[in-house]
Design a protein around this ligand. Structure first.
Ligand code: SF4
Length: 337
């Protein structure tokens, strides 16, 4: 990993309008992502985790401009992506690829694997036509699919193999950043491990940078350098992996960690069950957005939104009033439920 910043996201907001009335005017917004900032270094894997609806996938899509953001800044290698025209952005996509959760839905069932990869190579025009077949075979071998399988259709492969084809397609244009959006969530646990190992191998080989989006902290543990935890459109904690797992400094991160099954025989982990459901992103709670479910909430949390506080001496920031004077030991605090 280098110290060079590859991606910088500043004050990103993604609001989707809600239309109403006879005139179909915008009457409100779904605040799916609400003012988040972070950066990713070249060769780094940064994961974004949180429950469904926290805004993690929306963030990935906004960065790639699959949906244009409502406001904010996204710079890639110092270039403002939001200032690019549609055709400039199309060319830029060569550097910024995405792997989706459901490889079957993202691969055209009528095309052979060879045609799928050929199409990707043709769009970005990265390899002369005469060399494409050779490149396709190389790509498939890189991801562990044999040359004899190039003329098969997606339905002839298993879920894990299909995800490998999705990875080959992303790799085909020599990208710098790959957004992996729940890329292993649909796979069995043993296949998940194989695909994660493949992603790690490819990262070393091709100096790739990953933005890895997942609802599962247990999965991101195997691949991340740093982890961003999101809740209801906001970043609630950012830390390097080790720090986050050893000493989380946000009650929501603590609850997510408690849900990961222990891999150590005999170790008992106390599961923190959060009360209630995630509130609506149309009208999020005032103050700290987590206060309606937080077991440590106090009066101030209901009126004042916490800043993302830097934890002294750590590569860790947490959006909780409790940590504004330094790290806390949550086990010493009284819970309200
Ligand atoms: Fe909980 Fe308050 Fe911290 Fe929010 S600010 S996480 S409600 S203790």
């Amino acid at each position: 990993m280098s110290n060079q910043t590859l991606l910088e996201v500043k004050n990103l907001k993604q609001y989707f309008p809600i239309k109403g009335g006879v005139l179909g005017r915008t009457v409100n917004h779904v605040k799916a992502v609400d003012d988040i900032s972070f950066s990713v270094k070249e060769g780094e894997t940064v994961s974004i985790v949180g429950e469904s609806g926290c805004g993690k996938s929306t963030t990935g899509r906004a960065i790639l401009r699959l949906d244009n953001p409502y406001s904010g800044e996204v710079s890639f290698q110092g270039e403002d992506l939001l200032a690019l025209s549609k055709s400039e952005m199309r060319k830029k996509r060569k550097d910024l690829q995405i792997i989706f959760q459901d490889p079957y839905a993202s691969l055209n069932p009528r095309q052979t694997v060879s045609q799928i990869l050929e199409e990707a190579l043709e769009i970005q025009n990265v390899v002369p036509r005469k060399d494409r077949r050779k490149k396709i075979v190389e790509l498939l071998e890189t991801v562990g699919i044999g040359a004899h399988q190039v003329d098969r259709h997606p339905h002839e492969f298993s879920g894990g193999q299909r995800q490998r084809i999705g990875i080959a397609r992303a790799l085909s244009v020599d990208p710098k950043l790959i957004v992996c959006d729940e890329a292993v969530s649909a796979l069995d646990v043993s296949i998940q491990a194989q695909v994660l190992n493949l992603l790690k191998k490819l990262q070393r080989e091709f100096n790739l940078t990953y933005l890895f989006i997942s609802h599962d902290l247990g999965v991101v543990r195997h691949i991340s350098d740093r982890i961003i935890v999101m809740y209801l459109g906001k970043i609630v904690e950012i830390a390097d992996k080790k720090t986050l797992f050893q000493n989380p400094q946000h009650p929501y991160t603590k609850a997510l960690l408690s849900a990961i099954p222990s891999t150590h025989i005999g170790e008992k982990r106390e599961r923190i069950i959060l009360k209630g459901d995630v509130p609506s992103p149309i009208d999020p709670p005032a103050g700290c957005r987590f206060h309606t479910r937080c077991p440590y909430a106090f009066d101030r949390c209901r009126t004042e939104a916490p800043d993302l506080h830097q934890i002294p001496g750590k590569e860790q920031r947490s959006a909780c009033h409790l940590v504004e004077d330094g790290p806390v030991d949550f086990s010493e605090l009284q819970t309200i439920y």
